[in-house]
Write a protein that binds this ligand. Structure first.
Ligand SMILES: C[S@@+](CC[C@H](N)C(=O)[O-])C[C@H]1O[C@@H](n2cnc3c(N)ncnc32)[C@H](O)[C@@H]1O
Length: 317
């Protein structure tokens, strides 16, 4: 069901259009603690199967939606259990990855909805973001149009407006969009997820600031593809990638696995992560950028207190 927003645009609920409808069983089976190699390959637990994550995504997108009742192909302690009747047993301590990730995405949406009205009260350092947004705006023609996806409360709208460009914002959180709308700067605000973006060569520049950490590994290629497709030829994309220490990643993976949850290494759901963070390795990100045809024009690593932001200014190869 779509919702008409105050600017006349229509919201497109992510749960009605999830990219999960294009994911294969095999792809999800790789979530059973599979170790991702530097080349972006996945070595699956004790089975030792190795295959390219990018090729899995390509294959998945060519396939019709997979049946979740195909238990034989699933591996790992978290797999959903199929009764002889073919129906799934309601989960107890065992949960399938798709269900778990849908819950995680809903948790992120709820977390931002809940904190939207006070989000701006707790600022964090954004000097480097400001610098990269300014660099991004320099790449835009005068009077150009910028997509801020997701825009949150519209923190960077004033910078865009001051440069003489116009801005369109999208976000999956209605609460955050409400705050963004109060700024009365964006020419359009749309209630839509990064995974469901359907813009086609409409923007001179795109920014995705402090948000990719909420995106599952399975959705990274889809999201990068959507952001890239939104750009006009020659346009630039400013993207941040949050990073954290190996020990934190290892501890989180051990804890989630011990709870029988279908996590992959890099996923964190507890602490200051709004319900879900994924920290990909740089080699993995390089692989996704390469597959999408995006090259790094500028980059900077900003070390913070126990974590970091990797700032990337990207353009088509
Ligand atoms: C930390 S805030 C950053 C917002 C803004 N880019 C900024 O820098 O102020 C993260 C935002 O990402 C949004 N978000 C997270 N996952 C999303 C998704 N899959 N699709 C669209 N928005 C998402 C949240 O609702 C939230 O507004």
């Amino acid at each position: 069901m779509s919702q008409v927003l105050s600017d006349g645009s229509q919201s497109r609920p992510w749960h009605a259009q999830s990219q999960w409808s294009q994911c294969s069983q095999e792809q999800l089976a790789d979530a059973d603690g599979g170790r991702r190699t530097l080349a972006g390959n996945v070595v699956v637990g004790s089975i030792g199967r190795s295959c390219s994550f990018a090729s899995m995504m390509a294959r998945a997108s060519r396939q019709p939606p997979a049946s979740w009742a195909c238990d034989a192909e699933l591996r790992g302690p978290w797999r959903s259990v199929t009764r002889p009747s073919g129906r799934h047993r309601m989960r107890d301590s065992i949960v399938d990855r798709r269900t778990w990730l849908e819950e995680r995405r809903a948790a992120v949406q709820a977390a931002y909805d809940a904190e939207a009205s006070t989000y701006a009260d707790d600022p964090y350092p954004v000097e480097v973001q400001h610098r990269f947004v300014a660099r991004l705006l320099d790449t835009c023609p005068p009077g150009g149009i910028v997509l801020d996806a997701p825009c949150g409360t519209g923190l960077y709208f004033p910078l865009v407006a001051a440069s003489g460009r116009s801005v369109v914002g999208i976000d999956q959180s209605a609460g955050m969009l409400e705050q963004a709308r109060a700024r009365s700067i964006a020419v359009s605000l749309q209630h839509v997820g990064l995974q469901e973006l359907a813009f086609d060569r409409e923007f001179d520049a795109v920014m995705t600031v402090d948000a990719m950490e909420n995106v599952f590994p399975e959705d990274w290629p889809v999201v990068l593809g959507n952001l890239h497709r939104a750009l006009r030829p020659g346009g630039h994309l400013y993207l941040t990638v949050e990073e954290t220490g190996e020990a934190a990643i290892a501890d989180a993976f051990a804890a989630l696995s011990a709870r029988g949850l279908p996590a992959v290494r890099g996923e964190v759901i507890e602490g200051d992560v709004a319900g879900y963070h994924f920290y990909p390795g740089r080699e993995q990100v390089f692989g996704w950028l390469e597959a999408e045809g995006l090259r790094i024009a500028e980059e900077e690593t900003e070390a913070l207190d126990g974590w970091a932001y990797w700032h990337l200014l990207l353009r088509s190869r």
